[in-house]
Design a protein around this ligand. Structure first.
Ligand code: NAD
Length: 346
């Protein structure tokens, strides 16, 4: 059982950031967070950052990433942006939790010692942040970490929930924007991981023409549905919907020149290199559905037990994602602007 600390009543100043080992994180151009913690354990090789953006609504929740970063600064940027996104996402998904995120600097192999060390880090925070998986961290890792801390969500794999929410949203977005059904629509998915592969299955079963790409061939080899076509680069495909389900920051003023789709709707976090790209996409006539609006299925799955929801209730929450997407599209259409601008998500 996850222990929930009392709700914080005020936002602490950035200067009050805590340090557990070595590094003090108290200022940064993106810093508007309650706390950022850095933890380093020489023995296990763990170097990790946990950012708590806002815990007004409850303890911060969000996944932990294990990936290579060019520098400490780029890891810090990632954790700051992602944790802020989690606050917005949890708020939009109406789950009573704050926004947080963890990252582990990948400088070698992941090991049980390192995961145990991450559990120690979580224990130090005493439930202010509850971790799930993200890129490079699997449910298996989380279940191992759970042996050493209670501050993880190990109840479900969030990927399939995220994929289902995106599926419902794409269906609704096509019907709103193109006044047509999903059948025969071309959908190109970038990334065949936990989210992308499940999304491809749902779309294919619903009659869409599905294309998918991944830089890791082993992910593509396991796709057995003959109605899903493997392509070299989903990004450049002429399609109705492009669904980014791999990495963030893929849309910039220059990269979108190669886009050939009507709608962007995918699970990857922080897809825009910077917020102004939303306006550039709008100017090109492409409807960009912001990630925080569409990829909250994972938090709905992770929090379903703690919120006392059964599968049916969780499914209905996933369908609500699509309703919110349609409402957002209608507001943006009314105001002739991007969803990002209309909802003031910047
Ligand atoms: P994953 O690690 O299981 O899969 C990502 C896949 O993308 C990998 O197979 C990887 O090889 C591939 N990839 C990386 N770069 C690529 C590129 N340039 N082109 C094509 N493929 C590329 O991750 P996931 O759980 O499926 O999540 C996908 C994205 O959605 C991530 O950005 C993640 O942060 C975000 N997200 C996931 C969840 C969730 O519930 N899993 C929830 C919200 C957001």
């Amino acid at each position: 059982m996850i222990r929930r600390p009392p709700r914080s009543t005020r936002k602490e100043s950035s200067a009050a950031s805590d340090v557990y080992k070595r590094q003090q994180i108290s200022s940064h151009n993106e810093f508007e967070h309650e706390k950022v913690y850095y933890y380093e354990d020489h023995k296990s090789g763990l170097k990790s950052l946990i950012a708590i953006h806002d815990s007004t609504e409850g303890p911060a929740i969000g996944g932990c990433r294990f990936r290579t970063y060019d520098s400490f600064e780029s890891g810090l940027n990632d954790v700051l942006r992602l944790s802020k996104g989690m606050t917005h996402k949890n708020n939009i998904a109406q789950v009573p939790f704050g926004g947080g995120k963890g990252i582990i600097f990948k400088e070698g192999k992941k090991s049980n010692e390192m995961m145990k060390s991450y559990a120690d880090f979580l224990n130090l925070l005493e439930g202010k942040y509850i971790s799930a998986e993200d890129i490079g961290i699997s449910l298996k890792d989380i279940r191992f970490i759970k042996q050493h801390t209670e501050y993880v969500f190990d109840n479900v794999d969030p990927g399939p929930y995220t994929a289902k929410g995106i599926f419902y949203a794409i269906k609704r977005a096509i019907s709103f924007s193109l006044s047509e059904s999903l059948v025969g629509k071309k959908i190109a998915i970038q990334g065949a991981g936990s989210v992308g592969s499940k999304l491809a299955d749902h779309l294919s079963k619903a009659g869409a023409i599905v294309y998918i790409s991944d830089i890791d061939n082993s992910k593509l080899k396991i796709i057995s549905d003959p109605n899903i076509t493997i392509v070299d680069n989903a990004f450049e495909m002429q399609c109705d919907v492009f669904s980014p389900c791999a990495v963030g920051a893929i849309f910039s003023r220059s990269s979108i020149e190669n886009l050939n789709c009507k709608i962007i709707a995918g699970g990857a976090n922080n897809q825009l290199l910077n917020e102004s790209v939303a306006d550039d996409l709008h100017a090109k006539g492409i409807t960009y559905i912001p990630d925080i609006l569409i990829n909250s299925g994972g938090v709905i799955g992770l929090t379903k037990d703690i919120m006392g929801r059964n599968e049916e209730q969780a499914e209905s929450e996933l369908m609500n994602i699509a309703i919110r997407v349609e409402e957002a599209m209608a507001i943006a259409k009314d105001q002739s602007m991007s969803i990002q601008a209309a909802l003031k998500l910047n």
